[in-house]
Design a protein around this ligand. Structure first.
Ligand SMILES: NC(=O)c1ccc[n+]([C@@H]2O[C@H](COP(=O)([O-])OP(=O)(O)OC[C@H]3O[C@@H](n4cnc5c(N)ncnc54)[C@H](OP(=O)(O)O)[C@@H]3O)[C@@H](O)[C@H]2O)c1
Length: 295
């Protein structure tokens, strides 16, 4: 099962003055996971990556890169992967739940099979992995869990409701996890990318709901058409996303949530402003439900 890559063709950055960190990254076959694994290896750290095929295009590295096969459609398999990953170097320092995919379609259009699979890969897989890794990180009294969410997990739009729901679940769980593990020396960061030029919008990754209801043409249908023509033209650079994630992991005070890309920033800001305005407008109704102080 374990594929150890034997020869080296990349020169690590040996200028670092700390021992190499051990990273466990899911989904290093392509996209953001691949670029992150590449950048982590280039700076001299160790990578244990997962890929459905057990393969990655990365050049072989003497003992510094291990690739394990993992398909998150059976999310509990993530537990076994943690056990194998931990046995390789005897520690895990950074755990990145990166593997995931998008499901497009109006909420009514997505079938139970489609949304169950989506949640297995985008939420239950990471949850199993996190639960399996926590005893190791607690024992170490150190570690950083990085979960790849999305701008859809902050400011969702029509046509991405269930994808957004899977990322909101990841966001909510991560926010609480951060509070629970902080006293134990463990950090948690949720990364919220906008559109990045990976295979994410390619038919090999993105899934469209199998049923199409004409009534949703002007909402969900419009988003799907927009994203379809955006494939291959996204403004986000996956290499820079990888650099940003490394910067966060190296920071003594990493953020709980990190937006990536100016499109993500603009969408999030618009959503926060809308929410602030709505809170202001409905303030008296919100506070009007309290029992009197004397009750
Ligand atoms: N790129 C964007 O615009 C964007 C925006 C917001 C959030 N994100 C998030 O960023 C993460 C990485 O996406 P990406 O842009 O790098 O997309 P990508 O290029 O499509 O890569 C997705 C990765 O996830 C893996 N994966 C998919 N289904 C899997 C499954 N059932 N089991 C295990 N691995 C699976 C893929 O493996 P295979 O090669 O085997 O398919 C691949 O390694 C995802 O969580 C995504 O939701 C991306």
């Amino acid at each position: 099962m374990l594929r150890r890559l034997e020869t080296s063709s990349e020169t690590p950055d040996t200028s670092m003055n700390h021992p190499p960190k051990v990273w466990l990254i899911t989904g290093i076959s392509r996209g953001l996971g691949l670029e992150l694994a590449r950048a982590v290896l280039a700076k001299g750290d160790l990578v244990i990556g997962t890929a459905r095929s057990g393969k990655t295009p990365l050049p072989p590295e003497t003992g510094r890169l291990h690739v394990l096969p993992l398909d998150l459609t059976v999310p509990a398999k993530a537990r076994k992967i943690v056990e194998i990953a931990h046995s390789i170097h005897g520690r895990l320092d950074v755990v990145v739940n990166n593997a995931g995919y998008g499901l497009l379609g109006a909420i009514e259009e997505c079938s139970p099979e489609e949304f169950a699979r989506l949640f297995d890969v985008n939420f239950f897989g990471p949850l199993h992995l996190i639960q399996a890794v926590l005893p190791i990180l607690r024992e170490q009294r150190s570690g950083h869990i990085v979960n790849l969410s999305s701008i859809a997990g902050v400011a969702p739009g029509a046509g991405s409701g269930l994808y957004a729901a899977s990322k909101f679940a990841l966001e909510g769980m991560s926010q609480v996890l951060a509070q629970e593990v902080k006293p134990l020396g463990i950090k948690v960061t949720v990364v919220e990318p906008g559109v990045f030029r990976t295979d994410f919008l390619d038919p090999t990754s993105i899934h469209n709901a199998s049923s199409v209801i004409p009534d949703y043409a002007s909402t969900s249908g419009k988003t799907i058409a927009y994203l379809d023509q955006l494939a291959g033209k996204q403004q986000g650079d996956p290499v820079k996303a990888a650099e940003a994630i490394i910067r966060v992991v190296e920071s003594p005070e990493p953020p709980l949530q990190l937006l990536l890309g100016s499109d993500a920033l603009n969408r999030a800001q618009a959503r926060f402003d809308e929410r602030a305005e709505e809170i202001k407008q409905w303030h008296s109704v919100t506070t009007g439900t309290d029992l009197p102080a004397s009750a």
